[in-house]
Design a protein around this ligand. Structure first.
Ligand code: ADP
Ligand code: MG
Ligand code: MG
Length: 902
């Protein structure tokens, strides 16, 4: 038999179920599941995602066997619904809905009311006695069908603002304006018929083809158009951002229509089983009376609150479903509990009420902010709905990152005046320049300028600009509008429905309460409250969440790999320990020569660098040693029993001496030497390719007295602390090696100095001697290196640089083009290149452990805080990762999740 392409659902039966998302798409699988749960779902059928792939492979032709299979399933739909498709007396109408494996809100197309034609319209009017409803449905069909099937699917690309949907919308607006109507619901039946006819004429004029008057042709056209929408511009853009593969394809759901637009006893709505912004366990949603589904999401009318919990400043005067239809509300609330119990997660649902009868049209695991994800995970754990392992999996590392993200400084905020209020759709704070178009926001993004995208309402074409902006502000739309859904999914600061904002695109400006702001002016958003300010407000980090600690404790129960931090001062170290760091994986000694309090040690270092003889250099190093000892001692003390890996000085020395003439003259004066002499000595340090020059261990081989000073400082700091009864745990790491011989060379110095210090203090010092692995050669000879090294720390930044031959500091142009051209999947300095660099990491680890099975292995590059890279290090058998202090919680979560996934 040919493979099954069509899956039926309806009544309390279904061919599919929830775990068949890959084949049926999320929407189709969940519609089937809701049927199996006995919930009221209009019957329908799902065409598989495989069939979408077939369609594309087949030059955009439906497989010949498909339509007969569809019509066969339609017979079952007709039977369950007691209606007949394309029937003159008792017609069934359907929707054609897209639905991919993972949800892509609003990115693909759906057509409602398919099946209305001159043959079926009179029958439907006779049957319902409601011509207004029938013509309202008809004009909607024409609008959607012309847009989705006749224009987009045909690949027509009219100029901005000249699309058929827009033209018809304008006709509708003009019509309402001429009649003095405020709302669509005021238009009468006769007027709707008049509009529908005018629409059809416009469609013919603009697109050159007649709107099809044949129900069967409409259905086939609808199915094709949904397949086509998989490759629509906005769907492709969304997939790039979300990393959804092009090959997945979309399913098509053909579903019996139920009508929320049959009058005041009918309605449609969208809800979340818990509050998606805060995570509170309260039913949360919006609804519209006498409307069809898309009206709520499209932000055409301001939707009403579902219940008391959903009331806010903007909608509190509107009647809730809880008040107007208490019995139906109760039924919906019961369904909410059934769904949560079945899916064991927060869901986002769509429903329609047709003359008092409730129908479920969609459910899926709902997007949520990081804060909400945390709250829900812990609540559901306490409610016994999920296990603690599941709770750990419920928060993605990105969402945790969002929790650690900045909010507006409360104290600074208090001093300012709120200029407008809207709905708090996405959390946190954002400060940036006003961008009035998606393009402008992207332009700012490229220049690394923070922007706030300000729009009337966003639509799926805006996703890239929304991504680029620091925050989003819209004048219209509710908590379930497109902007709100998308921003929440990303955890991006967003305010919607801020009606005080008036946008004037021609003048490139907005007005709020009579005051005008130009594109490029700075504003601040408090996305948690929905408040807007016209000044730049200070930002702070939001780590003071008490539930954060509780969650991280559970996370650590499952984590087996260590997490350390990269820190160079006692303060950073303390900060990282508070974030849960178990030690320092990278302490860069040279950091004491930058920033605060660096003048004195830097002066000594320069004396050393510019010394004219070994004697002079040794003298200068003697003066430098106490500074190194002091900072080492302070940090070892703060770490109090946790390991601390010091890395010997790594950068090329020219970085520490002035390069401009002014500064060189100044230095000459300070040192009492002629400028020409200083210049000569500095010029002598010049290298054509310093990143591959005299740096790392090479410095210590060429000038062993530099290493000697560092060993002495570290050993003495340790000895002094031991004398004081403290608990220093010292590790010393040699950077940039290519051979075990370098390690031996430096170890001889270490051994001598160690013996001297031990004699001086009369004690024994224990420490680990290890190395950074950051040159490909070192990974290949790791078996020999491990004869001397007691630990390896992969320096994946340099290792990436050397493996790719990409210069870390100038690579952006190349990387961006390479990603666009799909030559590489991502920036390898951000996400570890597992295929190449990762292979070297594996080789180095294996070879090192062959010599020394208990070799400790870690990483101290940027990748130590990148979730997918952390998972890779876990699989490779690392003992720890080390990352910057703010990434520590993210690395802990990523490591725990990797361990749970196994
Ligand atoms: P999206 O994936 O963009 O949400 P949907 O396929 O869910 O698109 O449909 C858009 C809107 O139309 C939704 O509000 C949905 O509830 C409504 N809708 C879809 N099919 C039907 C139907 N058979 N009867 C009534 N409303 C429907
Ligand atoms: Mg939907
Ligand atoms: Mg390095």
């Amino acid at each position: 038999m040919d493979k099954k392409r069509v899956y039926y659902f309806g009544g309390k039966a279904a061919d599919g179920k929830a775990d068949m998302k890959n084949l049926l798409g999320g929407k189709g699988a969940n519609l089937a599941e809701m049927c199996l749960l006995g919930l009221p779902v209009p019957a329908g059928l799902t065409i598989t995602t495989e069939c979408c792939t077939e369609y594309y492979e087949n030059d955009c032709q439906l497989p010949a066997a498909l339509m007969p299979e569809v019509w066969a399933a339609m017979e079952k739909v007709e039977e369950v619904m007691g209606l007949q498709y394309d029937d003159a007396d008792n017609p069934l109408l359907v929707s054609c809905r897209s639905g991919a494996r993972s949800s892509m809100p609003g990115m693909m197309d759906t057509v409602l009311n398919v099946g209305l034609s001159s043959k079926t319209i009179p029958g439907l009017i006779r049957k319902t006695g409601n011509p207004r409803f029938v013509y309202d449905s008809y004009r909607r069909l024409i609008m959607m069908y012309a847009d989705v099937v006749m224009e987009k699917a045909e690949g027509l690309a009219p100029a901005e603002g000249k699309g058929i949907r827009k033209l018809l919308d304008e006709m509708l607006d003009e019509f309402k304006h001429a009649k003095g109507y405020k709302s669509d619901t005021e238009i009468t039946a006769d007027e709707l018929l008049e509009l529908a006819n005018a629409f059809k004429a416009k469609v013919k004029e603009a697109l050159g083809t007649e709107f099809p008057d044949d129900s069967k042709a409409q259905l086939e056209g609808g199915i094709k158009a949904v397949f086509k929408s998989w490759n629509g511009k906005k769907a492709i853009a969304y997939r790039r951002i979300e990393g959804i593969p092009d090959e997945w394809g979309t399913a098509v759901n053909v579903q019996a229509m139920v009508f929320g637009n049959m009058g005041d006893g009918s309605a449609t709505g969208v809800a979340f089983t818990r509050n998606p912004a805060t995570g509170e366990n309260q039913f949360y949603g919006e609804w519209l009376i006498n409307a069809q589904g898309e009206d709520v999401v499209a932000g055409i009318r301001t939707p009403s609150p579902l219940n008391d919990a959903t009331k806010n400043e903007q909608n509190k005067h509107l009647a809730s479903m809880q008040e107007l239809m208490p019995a139906t509300y109760q039924e919906l609330d019961d369904i909410r509990l059934i769904l949560e119990k079945n899916y064991r997660d927060m869901l986002d649902i769509e429903f329609t009420i047709q003359e008092g009868k409730l129908f479920m049209l969609q459910c899926r695991v709902g997007k949520r902010t990081g804060v909400a994800a945390l709250t829900m995970a812990l609540d559901m754990l306490h409610e016994g709905l999920i296990s603690d392992k599941e709770a750990v999996m419920r928060l993605s590392p990105d969402q945790l990152d969002e929790l650690l993200h900045p909010i507006l400084d409360v104290n600074d905020e208090k001093k300012r005046t709120v200029i407008a209020k809207g709905l708090p759709a996405g959390p946190g704070g954002a400060v940036g320049k006003i961008a009035l178009t998606s393009e402008k926001a992207m332009e700012y993004g490229k220049l690394h300028i923070d922007s706030i995208l300000v729009r009337e309402e966003t639509n799926p074409e805006d996703v890239e600009g929304m991504r680029a902006a620091a925050g989003i502000l819209t004048a219209r739309g509710g908590m379930t509008s497109h902007a709100a859904l998308v921003a929440r999914g990303w955890g991006k600061c967003c305010i919607v429905g801020c009606e005080a904002v008036h946008i004037n695109l021609e003048a490139n400006e907005i007005t709020i309460a009579g005051k005008t702001y130009k594109e490029g002016d700075t504003i601040s958003l408090n996305g948690t409250k929905g408040w807007v300010y016209d000044v730049a407000i200070k930002m702070v980090d939001a780590t003071e969440n008490p539930r954060f600690q509780e969650f991280m404790t559970i996370v650590d129960k499952y984590r087996t790999m260590g997490v350390r931090t990269n820190a160079d001062t006692p303060e950073d170290a303390l900060n990282a320990i508070n974030f849960g760091a178990e030690g320092i994986g990278l302490f860069r000694i040279e950091h004491m020569f930058y920033g605060q309090n660096s003048e004195e040690p830097l002066a000594k270092l320069r004396n050393m660098i510019l010394a004219n003889s070994t004697e002079e250099r040794v003298e200068a190093l003697k003066e430098l040693e106490p500074f190194v000892r002091e900072i080492a001692k302070g940090t070892l003390e703060v770490l109090d029993g946790r390991p601390l890996t010091f890395r010997l000085i790594d950068p090329p020395l020219h970085e520490f001496v002035p390069q401009t003439e002014d500064k060189q003259r100044e230095l000459a004066k300070e040192k009492g030497l002629p400028y020409e002499e200083i210049k000569r000595r500095i010029d002598a340090l010049h290298e054509v390719n310093p990143m591959m020059g005299l740096r790392g261990v090479r410095l210590g081989v060429v000038n062993p007295e530099i290493t000697e000073m560092q060993f002495r400082a570290l050993f003495e700091a340790t000895a002094e602390l031991m004398k004081e009864g403290k608990n220093p745990v010292l590790e010393i790491m040699v950077p940039l090696i290519i051979s075990v011989a370098e390690l031996k060379h430096q170890k001889a110095i270490a051994d001598r100095v160690q013996a001297e210090v031990e004699a001086k203090f009369g004690l024994k010092i224990n420490y680990l001697y290890g190395t950074m692995i950051e040159i490909p050669r070192a990974t290949l000879v790791a078996d020999k290196v491990a004869e001397v090294a007691q630990f390896f720390s992969f320096g994946t930044n340099d290792l990436t640089q050397m493996t790719f031959g990409f210069s870390r500091d100038d690579v952006n142009v190349i990387v961006n083009s390479y990603i666009d051209e799909k030559i590489i999947p991502a920036d390898p300095f951000n996400i570890l290149d597992q295929e190449g660099v990762g292979e070297l990491v594996q080789i180095g680890t294996e070879r090192g452990r062959k010599t020394n099975p208990s070799l400790k292995v870690g990483v101290c590059g940027e990748h130590g805080g990148n979730p997918s890279s952390v998972a890779f290090f876990y699989k490779t058998g690392f003992n720890y990762v080390s990352c910057s202090p703010f990434r520590v919680p993210i690395a802990r979560l990523a490591a725990a999740q990797a361990a749970i996934r196994g």
